[in-house]
Design a protein around this ligand. Structure first.
Ligand code: NAD
Length: 478
């Protein structure tokens, strides 16, 4: 194999003007938290402290919810839908104009490669605002009855793996439907949401329509348990999702949950193998595997397992791990020390339970949190690495002989978020897709997202859909 040497191609971080400290974004302005609490957000690739961020307590959450309620009862609630749409269009336009700034900031705070933040996270976030802007004045024709109404104030809690994109997934449909919002970003990645707050000021969004309260699980708990919400939307772990469901049981607050996954990526013997290899790599090594719908279980038909794994290993040996701001980087840093510990522990359980670990030669930087691309063969369905969500760059390989066996193994999981099918035959793809208990099934591709396409899970992957016309339903009293 030819060896390619890459010259460093670092993106400049000068485009981002980091402030030493950030307040909460409440009622259109940055404010100090009532008790003065703060936390640090860190660059996972260097462990450098990027900024000190305000930690919202119950009193701050209360202030944010009150501001959102005033905006809903006032200016936002009275605004004509076509006017509302203009704000969403403006947000989308400014996100595009400031795309490079957002991409660099996201990579600094999250650890993801700039190639991904630049080409996926930021453009898709803008696309969501564009898409939902178009719906704002057409809700009556969206199939939810003649006069669908917004729910009111939405509390939204998001994770750290796609910080800006998750904020866009939550805010865009909620605002298009006429709701106001209190958003709680994840504690390890608050910065892009706070830059988005600046964008909201830039487009003159009326105060209180969107409020952003930063903090950790305690802030999330205070928000979810606040009695003044009409709707809670949560994306995160299944464990926390269940807690939230318990908190809201018996209340009138509507709930949608986007939780974890353990997706099967099924490769049949007639699949185009080179294309499948690219799809497998994209399925599990995109965003360091910090993807709820990651194709973390490869199910490959026994007859092609050997050639497929050989090509896959060759391909993995070419992946470049390192500086997230380098445009050549394929695999960035793991988002936090805690996440690295979890990945390390689960991979060790794979060794202990008898699976065979393979990793390409892959030097890791001295500082920061890193995990090399990893493949486990000899995995059986009972192994923890086949059952539990690792949320890291670790692929578990299982084999099957018949389509029925593939479907049974794919569905043998408490989750049901996504799946992939690789085959040349359309009939086989449809047959398989119809039997997979997963909210999204990709055929001859993986990890494709579009604002027009609904996304969400079955079983312990949650309920409700985000994206598309379906994404509006969760924010309408229809
Ligand atoms: P997490 O559940 O620990 O945290 C998610 C968010 O919830 C964070 O903002 C956190 O501060 C907050 N939180 C924590 N405890 C809370 C509580 N008791 N009440 C309210 N909020 C609380 O998950 P994570 O580790 O940040 O994210 C990884 C998980 O998210 C994975 O399981 C992944 O599959 C899932 N995820 C799902 C989707 C999806 O669309 N289905 C998308 C991205 C991530």
């Amino acid at each position: 194999m030819p060896v390619f040497d890459y010259a460093p191609a670092p993106e400049s971080r000068d485009i981002v003007a980091l402030r030493p400290g950030y307040g909460l974004f409440v009622d259109g302005a940055f404010t100090e938290p009532a008790d003065g609490g703060t936390f640090k957000t860190v660059n996972p690739a260097t462990e450098e402290v990027l900024a000190e961020v305000a930690e919202a307590g119950p009193a701050d959450v209360d202030r944010a919810v009150a501001a959102a309620r005033r905006a809903f009862d006032g200016v936002w609630g009275r605004m004509r839908p076509a006017e509302r749409a203009k704000y969403l269009f403006r947000i989308a336009r400014v996100l595009q104009e400031r795309a490079r700034e957002f991409a660099v900031l996201e990579s600094l705070d999250n650890g993801k490669p700039i190639r991904e933040s630049r080409d996926v996270d930021v453009p898709l976030a803008a696309a969501h605002f564009f898409y939902y802007a178009g719906w704002a004045d057409k809700l009556r024709w969206a199939g939810f009855g003649g006069d669908p109404r917004p729910l009111g104030v939405a509390g939204q809690v998001i994770p750290w793996n796609f910080p800006l994109l998750m904020a866009a997934w939550k805010l865009a449909p909620a605002l298009a439907a006429g709701n106001t919002c209190v958003l709680k970003p994840a504690e390890t990645t608050p910065l892009s949401a706070l830059l988005l707050a600046e964008v909201l000021q830039q487009v003159d969004l009326p105060p209180g329509v969107v409020n952003i309260v930063t903090g950790a699980g305690g802030t999330g708990r205070a928000l979810v348990a606040h009695g003044g919400l009409d709707k809670v939307a949560f994306t995160g772990s299944t464990e926390v999702g269940k807690q939230i469901q318990r908190t809201l049981a018996g209340t009138r607050t509507k709930l949608t949950l986007e939780l974890g996954g353990k997706a099967a990526n099924i490769v049949f013997d007639d699949a185009p193998l080179d294309q499948a290899v690219e799809g497998i790599v994209n399925g599990i090594f995109f965003n360091q595997g910090h993807v709820c719908c990651a194709g973390s279980r490869l199910l490959v038909q026994e007859s092609v397992a050997e050639p497929l794994l050989e090509r896959l290993k060759q391909r993995l040996a070419t992946l470049r791990l390192g500086d997230p701001l380098d445009k050549n980087t394929d695999i960035g840093a793991v988002n936090s020390a805690a996440q690295l510990e979890r990945i390390t522990e689960l991979a060790a359980s794979g060794d202990a339970e008898g699976a065979v670990r393979w990793q390409p030669e892959c030097p890791l930087p001295d500082r920061g949190w890193w995990f090399p691309p990893t493949l486990f063969t000899g995995v059986s369905q009972s192994h923890r690495i086949a059952r539990e969500e690792i949320f890291g760059p670790v692929l578990s390989v299982l084999t099957f002989r018949t389509p029925d066996e593939a479907v049974v193994k794919a569905n043998n999981t408490p989750y049901g978020l996504s799946a992939g099918v690789w085959s040349e035959k359309g009939s086989r793809i449809l047959w398989t897709a119809q039997r997979l208990r997963a909210g999204v099934v990709w055929a001859n591709t993986f990890n494709r997202f579009d604002p027009a396409s609904p996304f969400g899970g079955y079983k312990e992957s949650g309920f409700g859909r985000e994206g598309g016309r379906h994404g509006l339903e969760a924010y309408l009293d229809a």
